[in-house]
Design a protein. Structure first.
Lengths: 171, 529
């Protein structure tokens, strides 16, 4: 049995079309207008930091176990939820001046720096292109131990729907 | 010089303390005071710690928490010391237990007589037993006891006397600590013991952030949570913490628990109420060569990586797709160690949380379900693995075997409750697969014997967060049973119960909830009598 025939739960990651069916990805008009959060956490697990941390009440959660949904009207793309999500499953996406931007949590070494050229990887870990780090921040809010929140820029805006991890080449 | 220590880590900073020199068979090695002997030896590249008694197979590090006996060595003249729980000291002399049996073995094997056979044959007549044992211990490498051991003789029961207290908590993990905090804040005199050199249990290895409700653990990293709880406990003057103390027996008639303390000392504790929060053991998996150094419990790897900052190898594979296996894969990625893949026989789905699976795959680590391991390659240590695809009836698919290049294999296929101490209270035990194995029947207040309570993984295999909540609840119920209950306690019990229910509200816990209901009774006295 080949990998393609498995469903998302058997594979352990989603494809873009599966997430679109679940209404998880923001529409193109929204990401062209502003930077917004998207939550790729579709399973019922007991967790709520994202909804608690959001100051704009843009993340709705129907009970502790229900998956969170983002109100893209309210979301300002402040990165707070990206920094606290224990599942590392919240990202920000934007398309601006014909370029794609993805913001993601980053917890491995080497440390990210502005201007670094990095390999971009999709949800399955396949390298899909190269990008540039534009904004790495170090979050140390509340009791959460520091974690980087990194924004990468990519030339192909369509890639912003795919890229979910980066690999910084060793110097 | 070989050094397997990790110096750069994205989350952790390793404060190793003072550097000391230890000696392996006379050869000096660099170690630190905060390291266990096993971790220090591993960091110096040693993989084979001893040989098995019967077939002289190589034995090394496996569980790292003093549960298995694979790491026994001779330390400062004392044989059979579990090196994974013995701390390094300056000038420590460590010896591999290599004895004449190593040379005799080929001959004995030819005679179809493994050396240890004599241990069973020579028990009668009884006068032969003692001299025969002396010879056999010498031959097989079990070591020779010195005439005088450091410290008082271990035969004296309670060489450190008897302590009396309201509440004795056995196990300093999330459940035990939370119980001590809740009961301690309400004035009860408490003793909490743990067999390690520090409290914290498995929390100290959790570098990831927890789920659950923000009010309790969510968003915090496990080891930070552990540190926080240890600090909270140290502020309570009525809570006495005893580390390096193992509960080795309970005597219901006298109502006394016996402890083993460092230096062969023993201590008796008489308590009004007991809480057993001893946690769990790792399960293992049967495959060819699963005993050679390089095959580890996933928890053992976590200990090496996150407590001592020592790399288990350069390239590994994980067996199992439960949350423990998925988390260890992520911890390995964070430490910069290559993970060749996560393999499991599951057909229906990846067994752990989806978000855990997604976060390791986007880093390029494949999760391969419907596969299992056939054998580990290598003679003295792991050099690779042979994997196979499975048919839907779990038989190996013919012709699908392939080779994976790796130098260590982590087994993360689940946990067994550590019920040894529980049984000494004469409870009603049942075997429940969903909860992990043998567990006692209990009532709603977690009481499973007239004066004993249970919380955490040793009562049902779950998450650290649920262990904390259960521990908190048990602590509060004990407070009530000690006659210290009030409105505040009742309110707190309600709050905890509500959160625990919410935590178990996901589809993941449906079966677990039913299983817990099955083993919970209204009146425990009825069951016990």
């Amino acid at each position: 049995m080949s990998k393609e025939e498995l469903n998302a739960l058997q594979r352990g990651y989603h494809r873009r079309d599966e997430l679109e069916e679940l209404d998880v990805l923001p529409p193109e008009e929204t990401v062209k207008e502003k930077r917004v959060a998207l939550i790729e956490c579709v399973e019922e697990i007991p967790c709520n930091p994202c909804a608690v941390v959001c100051r704009l009440d843009a993340i709705e959660k129907d009970g502790l176990c229900a998956p969170g949904t983002v109100d893209w009207e309210k979301c300002s793309g402040c990165t707070m939820c990206v920094a606290v999500c224990p599942g590392l499953s919240i990202f920000l996406q934007q398309i601006k001046d014909g370029k794609g931007y993805v913001t993601m949590p980053y917890e491995v070494l080497p440390a990210p720096k502005v201007g670094m050229t990095v390999k971009l990887m999709d949800r399955s870990g396949t390298v899909v292109g190269e990008g540039k780090i534009v904004n790495p921040t170090y979050q140390a809010k509340g009791d959460a131990y520091p974690r980087w929140v990194v924004t990468v820029e990519m030339d192909d805006p369509a890639l912003s729907y795919e890229v979910r991890a980066i690999k910084i080449p060793e110097e | 010089m070989v050094d397997w220590r990790i110096y750069d880590h994205p989350i952790l900073e390793f404060d190793r303390g003072k550097e000391v020199t230890i000696y392996l068979d006379g050869k000096p090695m660099k170690a630190y005071e905060s390291e266990t002997v096993a971790a220090a030896l591993y960091a110096n590249g040693l993989r084979e710690f001893s040989k098995s008694i019967k077939y002289r197979r190589p034995r090394g590090f496996f569980c790292a928490i003093g549960r298995c006996s694979a790491c026994m060595m001779e330390v400062d003249g004392v044989p059979n010391v579990r090196t994974c729980v013995a701390m390094c000291k300056e000038g420590m002399q460590i010896k591999r237990q290599k004895y004449p049996a190593d040379y005799l073995n080929p001959i004995l094997n030819l005679m179809k007589l493994p050396p240890a056979v004599y241990m069973r044959l020579m028990t009668r007549p009884s006068f032969i037993y003692k001299p025969a044992m002396t010879v056999m211990r010498e031959l097989t490498g079990l070591g020779k006891f010195k005439k005088t051991l450091p410290g008082p003789a271990p035969t004296t029961m309670g060489s450190e006397g008897t302590l009396e207290t309201d509440f004795l908590v056995v196990g300093g993990g999330p459940a035990g600590m939370q119980a001590s905090i809740e009961a301690g804040q309400r004035g009860a005199n408490i003793i909490i013991i743990d067999d390690k050199d520090r409290l914290g249990g498995q929390l100290l290895k959790q570098t990831h952030t927890f789920f659950s409700d923000v009010k309790y653990a969510a968003g915090k990293r496990g080891f930070k949570l552990g540190e926080q709880m240890i600090a909270q406990l140290s502020e309570l003057p009525n809570v006495k913490v005893l580390t390096e103390t193992a509960a080795v027996g309970y005597y219901p008639k006298e109502n006394v628990m016996l402890m083993k303390r460092p230096g062969n000392a023993t201590l008796k504790v008489k308590a009004k109420k007991y809480l057993v929060a001893t946690g769990a053991y790792e399960k293992t998996l049967v495959f060819e060569n699963n005993d050679i150094p390089g095959v580890y419990g996933a928890g053992g790897v976590q200990t090496l990586l996150n407590v001592f900052g020592v790399k288990p190898g350069n390239r590994g594979i994980l067996l199992g797709t439960g949350n423990v296996a998925l988390m260890v894969a992520y911890h390995l990625i964070q430490a910069g160690i290559e993970v060749a893949g996560v393999y499991a026989p599951s057909f229906r789905r990846v067994r752990g949380y989806f978000v855990h699976a997604a976060k390791i795959q986007r880093h390029g680590v494949p999760i391969v379900t419907r596969h299992t391991i056939v054998k580990a390659l290598g003679k003295d240590e792991v050099k690779g693995a042979i994997m196979t695809r499975l048919n839907p009836d779990y038989t190996p698919a013919e012709g699908s075997q392939f080779h994976v290049d790796c130098d260590f294999i982590c087994i993360g296929v689940g946990l067994n409750p550590a019920y040894d101490l529980v049984q000494l209270f004469n409870p009603q035990m049942v075997n429940n697969g969903t909860l992990g194995g043998m567990v006692p029947i209990r009532d709603k207040t977690f009481r499973f014997a007239p004066n004993a309570y249970i919380a955490g993984d040793c009562g049902s295999i779950e998450e650290a967060t649920t262990a904390m909540l259960e521990g908190g609840l048990a602590g509060l119920y004990v407070t009530e049973a000690l006659g210290r209950g009030d409105e505040g306690v009742t309110a707190k019990i309600e709050e905890y119960t509500h959160t625990l229910e919410e935590d178990r509200g996901s589809p993941f816990s449906t079966r677990l909830k039913a299983a817990i209901e099955e083993i919970t009774v209204e009146d425990i006295e009825e069951v016990l009598n």
